[in-house]
Ligand binder design. Structure first.
Ligand code: GAR
Length: 220
């Protein structure tokens, strides 16, 4: 079966891009990365794309007169490669409703929190400050409102007493590297349907629950 043609948008280190590259290298991959776009020339993810021999380009938002012109350039590059699914993997530009509608249900994002909690930036510091006991990450279809849209995959991790924003970010990032390839795989295999603002996913759910603190002492 033909592999789903994926375009990945990045702004930085690209560890999530790397997770996708590694997953696409598997013999049973359901997708292939046909284009990597960065809005910054210094995004390290571009080197990852080069190392994997993937087509990659910089489309710098600062060299376009308007947000609309920047997004038009993104869309043209993606369409020229026949991209069927756009993945925002640490892409740090807010996209307009026009772009989101143009790619509706063909545009997914990874966000480092258990949405709808902690939309926006500094998610880990805010999670620690709020005293939540579970944090995590979310892969979702993109809608015009920032960090909103039907959820495809989430993973939860415990928040530990000694956590800093950095230690929590590292724990969450490890799960991001599992969740993003899983979400792309589910979409590529046609196992995700969007209905009534939610995703219906044809895949097994895990048994049990992650409880923090772990039960066992003093519980009834
Ligand atoms: C990831 O933690 C991702 O969830 C986050 O940026 C990081 C990119 O890391 N994305 C956002 O905050 C989007 N609002 P990476 O470049 O190593 O994949």
């Amino acid at each position: 079966m033909a592999r789903l043609r994926v375009g990945v948008l990045i702004s930085g280190s690209g560890t999530n891009l790397q997770a996708l590259i590694d997953d696409c290298a598997r013999a049973d991959a359901a997708s292939e990365i046909v284009l990597v776009l960065a809005n910054r020339a210094d995004a390290f993810g571009l080197s990852r794309a080069a190392r994997a021999d993937l087509p990659h380009r910089v489309i710098d938002h600062r060299s376009h007169g308007s947000r609309a012109a920047f997004e038009q350039a993104l869309s043209e590059a993606l369409e020229a490669e026949g991209v069927e699914l756009v993945v925002l993997a640490g892409f740090m530009r807010v996209l307009t409703a026009d772009f989101v509608e143009r790619w509706r249900d063909r545009l997914i994002n990874i966000h480092p929190s258990l949405l709808p909690a902690f939309k926006g930036l500094d998610t880990h510091a805010r999670a620690i400050a709020a005293g939540v006991r579970l944090a995590g990450c979310t892969v979702h279809f993109v809608r015009a409102e920032v960090d909103d849209g039907p959820i495809i995959v989430q993973a939860a991790v415990p928040v530990l007493a000694e956590d800093t924003a950095e230690s929590l970010a590292a724990r969450v990032l490890r799960e991001e590297h599992r969740c993003l390839p899983l979400a792309v795989r589910l979409v590529a295999e046609g196992r995700v349907a969007v209905a009534g603002g939610r995703c219906v996913v044809a895949a097994p759910a895990p048994a049990g629950a992650l409880v923090n603190p772990a039960p066992g002492t003093g519980d009834p």
